[in-house]
Design a protein around this ligand. Sequence first.
Ligand SMILES: NC(=O)c1ccc[n+]([C@@H]2O[C@H](COP(=O)([O-])OP(=O)(O)OC[C@H]3O[C@@H](n4cnc5c(N)ncnc54)[C@H](O)[C@@H]3O)[C@@H](O)[C@H]2O)c1
Length: 365
Amino acid sequence: MSIDPHKENLKVGVIGAGAMGRGIAQVSVTGGMQALIFDTADGAAQKACDFIGGMIDRSVEKGRLSETDGSNAKNNLIAAEKLEDLSDCDLVVEAIVENLDVKQKVFQQIESVVRKETIIASNTSSIRIASIASACTHKDRIAGLHFFNPVPLMKLVEVINATETSAETIEALNVIGKRMGRVPVVVKDAPGFLVNLGGRAYTTEAMRLAAEGVAQPHEIDAIMRDACGFRMGPFELADLTGIDVNFPVSQIIYSGYFYDKRLATSPIHESMMEAGRLGRKTKAGFYDYDDNGQIIYPDLDPKIKDNPAARAYVPEDIEGLEPIARDIGLSILKEDDGISPILVAPVGEDCTSVVHRLGLMSKEP
Ligand SMILES: NC(=O)c1ccc[n+]([C@@H]2O[C@H](COP(=O)([O-])OP(=O)(O)OC[C@H]3O[C@@H](n4cnc5c(N)ncnc54)[C@H](O)[C@@H]3O)[C@@H](O)[C@H]2O)c1
């Protein structure tokens, strides 16, 4: 027997009232469902409800939500005092620390309080769902429901189909994901799933470039943001996600793919973790932050800032790189002049390997 995902007053339990738990609870109530938030830290669940209430008020002010929908959503938000308060939930989504042992224990606790058909999902970024489920009794109702940060803005949600997850559970999560206003995509239960594996190089290559002293984090971010059109650079993203999330995620994916070197992060990543510079949440990470929690950007070298590149050298034309460079107004040099940027497209290999293969390291920067 499975739950009815179309049920009007569907109850979603959210465990963990951090960045992700808050977002998941918010999209649940704006999607017309009830959300009960539980967190072991004192007062954290209530603080999360107050925060979400403020976000809903802002949506109403901006006309994105009607007053009635806003007030219904706020009424559907409940701070749970104990885990047992989630006993009649139809779905429980866990969003606590990225650690297998801790998640397994919490899943066992959830199983001991909810009904046999309640779906239990993890928002884990990288841990195999089958590993979490191995500690549980009814594995067919266990799956992944992986949202992205910030949840209300990021439409995608990965529905992770583990070896023993039932078809009914996956179907129900698809329906509930849509009710939350997301776009659910069913993916396999592999380390990093789809997005965190596919987008791995955005983190690992950036860390490696910074570790090798090729460029500073704020310079790499400026290039990815301002020249390549990404919403955030890799270090801004790492600080937003939290180093205590993305460092373990990097380790789990690296070991999960049997230490494939292309997936390795860099020691500077671990240094941040060890130093407790966890990003925005500690107001210190790859960046420093002001009292309002805004990044304090170091000045960009004026040579870069005021004189954007007019020429580039393209040592090999992979996937039409040269036409793209021409399209953005660069003139292409026949030979490396030693000062202009060199454009490469490291498809299927890492940046360091391409540079090595093409003999580009021997030239002065
Ligand atoms: N931060 C991101 O960008 C992001 C994106 C996608 C997925 N995730 C995943 O979501 C999960 C949570 O990440 P986050 O960034 O929200 O973390 P966070 O540190 O912001 O919040 C975690 C919360 O869980 C609470 N908690 C810890 N142990 C608990 C327990 N046993 N029972 C109840 N509450 C407990 C903590 O008090 C804290 O409030 C992780 O698995 C992470 O990998 C994070």
